[in-house]
Design a binder for this molecule. Structure first.
Ligand SMILES: [Zn+2]
Length: 201
């Protein structure tokens, strides 16, 4: 399971801070609710492209001694299962869907000139599919924008509240992904546990 690492600062600073396993060690298990600190369990690596970074970051992992499941601390400037940082995706979607720029111009706005247009279309499609759910969830934070469509309403709300603070709430409190969870983790970002079928007596 992934939980958010409440971190504000550069990627370099993030990398330095997570070297210390005690600094952000969860004091309880978010999965089984066991009330004991989790054990440091190494890192996994993931790629990240952000406005000032393009490379591999380490993500700190912990293990629960009770349920034996791992919890990883995803830095809050990233989105699960997406290589690009929130800031870039936000710049792109705002330029494309709110300002009405072409895919190419929106890519330049996101500091991604020359980005394959399919990637931009993929973000747009996923955001369009998620917009209604975002509007409903974000209404807990700010008054809904009067914009005519769910897409423009969600974008206005994200712009006024801030994309990363909104992501912090959506991910940590209501398990909503800004662009929608991949199908195998829907609806709330957790692997569904398949129960064995009990044959009829
Ligand atoms: Zn546990």
């Amino acid at each position: 399971m992934q939980i958010l690492h409440p971190f504000v600062g550069s990627v370099q600073r993030y990398s330095e801070e997570i070297a210390d396993p005690d600094r952000y060690r969860p004091d309880h298990c978010p999965q089984c609710e066991a009330k004991h600190p989790l054990t440091a369990h190494g890192f996994y690596r993931r790629t990240l492209v952000d406005t000032a970074f393009d490379g591999v970051i380490r993500v700190r992992r912990y293990l629960c001694g009770c349920c034996k499941r791992t919890v990883s601390l995803l830095p809050e400037f990233t989105l699960p299962y997406l290589r690009f940082g929130i800031t870039m995706i936000a710049l792109f979607l705002t330029a494309r869907l709110l300002v009405g720029r072409t895919l190419g111009v929106a890519a330049v706005a996101a500091t991604l000139p020359g980005m394959p247009y399919q990637r931009g279309q993929f973000w747009v499609r996923r955001f369009q599919g998620q917009a209604e759910r975002l509007c409903a969830a974000l209404a807990a934070l700010i008054p809904p924008s009067p914009a005519p469509t769910f897409v423009s309403r969600a974008l206005h709300m994200l712009q006024s509240f801030g994309w990363i603070p909104a992501h912090r709430f959506l991910f940590a409190d209501v398990r909503v992904h800004l662009l929608g969870w991949p199908a195998f983790l829907a609806p709330d970002g957790r692997c569904a546990v398949l129960r064995p079928v009990v044959p009829p007596a």
